[in-house]
Write a protein that binds this ligand. Structure first.
Ligand code: ATP
Length: 346
């Protein structure tokens, strides 16, 4: 069992607070992604879990043990970083075996583990090669194999795929997901790439300015963002927002249309994803400004009542800049946010 508990963890560097009161439980064998823009504190949180950084306050528990005062090597974790620290002068075998030799694991067991993890990562034919002769993708596989060979309870990864080209990244992403599910390891993975986060995670913790804004499954984060920040950060293109005025009894005026929404007496923000609108008879009057045919669909950036509004439409539609459209929001996909708190109210 390797559940990870992060209790009221905060971290300051001098006067700067990098993490505020982080509380998070990562369940045994869960794949948790920490997602956020540069500087939001995700690496700092990972380093605190690893023991490479100490928290200013709070507690870290791994597998039922409080680990705050334990060095990284005694925490039952293995790490893979962006600059994966594969030693070029060692063979692939010796690179994968490195941590096991440090722990004085018997030779026969080292051989078994190296061969097993190398096969998992599809590098079993490279074991005799020097790592300096490998491609970036192959070196990355060696780094992951080395971490898995430790048979850790927990694997911590910080942007491990960021040095790879787009195609290799896609391949490695799928492989990593399969391998980690098979090895039953609890994983925490740091990235600023939302597609990577969506594809890998059991749950995503969306971080912003040193706080976790939402921790939920990828589809929940996408469909039911808990805060305006999440709605604007997840999804490419992001959600559309329009001001909404209450007209009484849960009815709202949005860009000249009347819609049903939550019971709330103050103005709200209406939000909808670009793919959750359809051309219809009734809805928002829109003027197309930019039309981008993206193959699978047509991305149309419009003006709706003075606000920018993006719609993802069927690629068979013909739309030209200047065309007038009527866009109907799909009622069950509408989200409402309170501008006072920036939180979702439905
Ligand atoms: P990135 O994706 O760019 O790595 P991040 O979300 O991982 O960003 P962190 O590296 O955790 O962000 O940094 C969070 C904040 O804490 C940043 O503003 C950073 O400048 C600051 N910070 C991190 N380490 C230190 C340090 N050793 N001393 C001072 N400030 C630091």
């Amino acid at each position: 069992m390797a559940e990870i508990l992060i209790k009221s963890v905060a971290k300051s560097f001098g006067a700067y607070t990098a993490l505020h009161d982080i509380n998070l439980t990562i369940t045994d064998q869960e794949f948790m992604v920490l997602l956020g823009a540069s500087g939001c504190g995700k690496t700092t949180l990972l380093r605190i879990i690893a023991g490479l950084e100490t928290a200013s306050t709070g507690e870290v528990w791994i597998g039922g043990r409080r680990v705050d005062n334990l060095p990284p090597k005694d925490r039952g974790i293995a790490m893979v970083f962006q600059n994966y620290a594969v030693f070029p002068h060692l063979t692939v075998f010796e690179n994968i075996a490195f941590g096991l030799r440090m722990k004085k694991v018997p030779d026969s067991e080292i051989k078994r583990r190296v061969e097993r993890t190398a096969t998992l990562m599809h590098i079993e034919k490279l074991l005799k090669r020097y790592s300096g002769e490998l491609s970036g993708g192959q070196r990355q596989r060696v780094a992951v194999a080395r971490a898995l060979a430790m048979e850790p309870d927990v694997i911590l990864m910080d942007e491990p795929l960021s040095n790879l080209d787009a195609l290799l990244r896609l391949e490695m992403r799928a492989e990593l997901k399969g391998v980690l599910a098979e090895s039953k390891t609890t994983a925490i993975y740091v990235t600023h790439d939302q597609v990577e986060a969506m594809s890998l995670a059991d749950r995503i913790s969306v971080m912003h300015q040193g706080r976790i804004v939402q921790a939920a499954s990828p589809i929940q984060v996408y469909r039911n963002p808990a805060a305006e920040f999440v709605a604007g950060f997840i999804g490419n293109p992001p959600m559309n927002f329009l001001p909404a005025e209450p007209v009484g009894s849960g009815r709202w005026r949005v860009a000249g249309s009347e819609l049903t929404g939550p019971m709330h007496s103050n103005p709200l923000k209406f939000a909808i994803r670009p793919e959750d609108v359809r051309p219809g008879e009734t809805g928002f009057g829109a003027t197309a400004r930019i039309v981008e045919p993206l193959g699978a669909h047509l991305l149309v950036t419009c003006d709706v009542d003075g606000s920018m509004f993006r719609a993802v439409l069927d690629s068979d539609m013909t739309v030209r800049p200047g065309d007038r459209l009527v866009l109907q929001p799909q009622p069950d996909r509408i989200r409402w946010f309170d501008p006072a708190t920036t939180l979702s109210v439905n």
